[in-house]
Ligand binder design. Structure first.
Ligand code: ADP
Length: 464
């Protein structure tokens, strides 16, 4: 999987498309260099060998007395001819009858030249050894003879080896340097793409603002424009959804509240025997209103509906106080000691979402804490300057195994009392996500009860 993903990256493709052809080209050039260098060296050695053969031919003569062919090679010249520090040099001169005029008879086994009056160079085998030979078939009106000069190939092999080393190492270094340059070049050249990816990755889920085309490499222009069009469409759709949801919330809230009030009044006006039925109707209506409200709040705060552009600085203390006054009656009814400790803390966010979040946390604490208990809501900024909200109670607590799942939609811990919907903490989580905040669940003070802590990102320092 990792490898497949890797082969699909532009960087990998570029590296492959550049490195392999480069390697092939450099490989071919190395072989070509080697061959031409070997060719030049071999030519020099071959010239020496042909010169010797020609020198021997120039010394051929016919004996005037017995008309035999002779070759005038004084012992000193013979020694010079055969003197070579590395190779063994031999020669033979013979006439048309195969009679050896001078030199080593064993060379007669070597192939003879097929052309006349021209030196012929070739490789040959003799006694299991490779030899390089220069042969010359001389024919004139006066005489005809053949000269073969042969030498072993020790210095040629050594020269080939030296040339190979002299060519291979610099070329290998060149290849390594070229590959490194390509690698870093490609990395460097693709950096703007990484930066573009990072910029997109850093965005919050509801951030549909267009990407700046000027900051992206020219080749990505069509891509950036397509992304921007998509973002624009999502933004428009999100806004339409927001408008619809907030209208729906408003339109549903009013008649449901009216229905509830009418039912409250009806309970008081009815004779006692008819009251229980209407009371049940009133309670069901209350639950329906609560559920409708929670559903719409969740939908409005979900990533598709929430728009980051609606964010403004919101003072958390004010929201905490509003939640306190809204839920005071419920707390009083259960004789719960509802306390607030507020310190200034401002979050850049959506006011209604943060209000929903705090209301859900405080309401849960009041709901699940037994009568006579304690609920404390705190807001402020921690040591790093990060704003936070904390709601602490001394109720039954939440088992650690359940602390992940309670944020799922419609999830309720088994045996939980009350007529909850299982949506309250899902809303808290959505709102936290929209604000890039983290929610922590723990035991309350003294290890009893529950503590929810929502920590928002610390504000970025203002540019100097
Ligand atoms: P509900 O509508 O059931 O309250 P929530 O999503 O708000 O839905 O909460 C999910 C579950 O988490 C609840 O059913 C309850 O069991 C548990 N819970 C939430 N807050 C508290 C709390 N303060 N103390 C104990 N249990 C809690």
């Amino acid at each position: 999987m990792g490898r497949r993903a890797e082969t699909r990256t532009l960087r990998h493709r570029l590296l492959m498309f550049i490195s392999w052809p480069l390697l092939v080209v450099l490989g071919i050039s190395m072989v070509a260099d080697y061959r031409s260098a070997i060719g030049i060296a071999a030519e020099a050695y071959d010239n020496g060998l042909s010169s010797t053969a020609i020198a021997l031919v120039s010394r051929l003569e016919r004996d005037d007395d017995d008309l035999d062919i002779e070759v005038d090679v004084p012992p000193a010249a013979d020694q010079i001819l055969r003197s070579d520090t590395e190779d063994r040099v031999q020669y033979v001169v013979f006439d048309d009858h195969g009679k050896v005029v001078a030199g080593d008879a064993e060379l007669l086994a070597l192939p003879r030249p097929e052309v006349v009056n021209r030196a012929v160079l070739q490789d040959a085998q003799l006694g299991g050894q490779t030899l390089r030979t220069a042969s010359f078939r001389y024919e004139s009106a006066a005489l005809a003879a053949t000269v073969i000069v042969a030498e072993t190939t020790v210095k040629r092999t050594r020269a080939a080896h030296r040339i190979l080393m002299a060519i291979v190492w610099p070329n290998l270094l060149l290849i390594a340097a070229a590959l490194l340059l390509v690698y870093f070049g490609v990395r460097f050249a693709l950096r703007p793409l990484d930066a573009l990816g990072e910029r997109i990755g850093r965005r919050g889920p509801g951030d549909f603002s267009p990407l700046a085309e000027a900051d992206a490499p020219g080749e990505t222009g069509p891509l950036v424009r397509a992304i921007n069009r998509l973002m624009g469409n999502l933004d428009t759709a999100g806004r339409a959804q927001q408008v619809f949801l907030s209208n729906a919330a408003h339109q549903l809230r009013t008649p449901l509240a009216g229905l509830q009030t009418q039912l409250e009044l009806a309970v008081d006006a009815l004779p006692p025997e008819a009251r229980p039925r209407i009371e049940r109707l009133r309670d069901s209506t209350r639950r329906l209103a609560h559920f409708t409200h929670q559903m719409l709040a969740l939908a409005r705060s979900s990533s598709e509906g929430a728009l980051i552009s609606d964010h403004r600085p919101v003072e958390l203390a004010g929201l905490l106080e509003a939640a306190a006054s809204d839920l005071l009656d419920e707390a009083l009814a259960k004789r719960i000691d509802l306390g607030f400790e507020t310190a200034p803390a401002t979050v850049d966010g959506s006011r209604w979402m943060l209000r929903e979040m705090i209301a859900n946390l405080v309401e849960n604490a009041i709901t699940y804490t037994p009568a006579g208990g304690r609920v404390t809501a705190v807001c402020g900024c921690d040591e790093s300057g990060a704003p936070f909200v904390e709601v602490d109670d001394d109720g039954p607590g939440i088992p650690p195994a359940e602390r992940e799942r309670i944020f799922e939609r419609f999830y309720r811990v088994g045996g939980s009392g009350g007529d909850g919907t299982g949506l309250g903490l899902a809303i808290v989580k959505e709102v936290a996500d929209r604000h890039r905040a983290e929610v922590f669940v723990d035991s309350g003070a003294d290890g009893r009860g529950t503590r929810f802590r929502v920590v928002f990102p610390a504000p970025e320092p203002a540019p100097a």
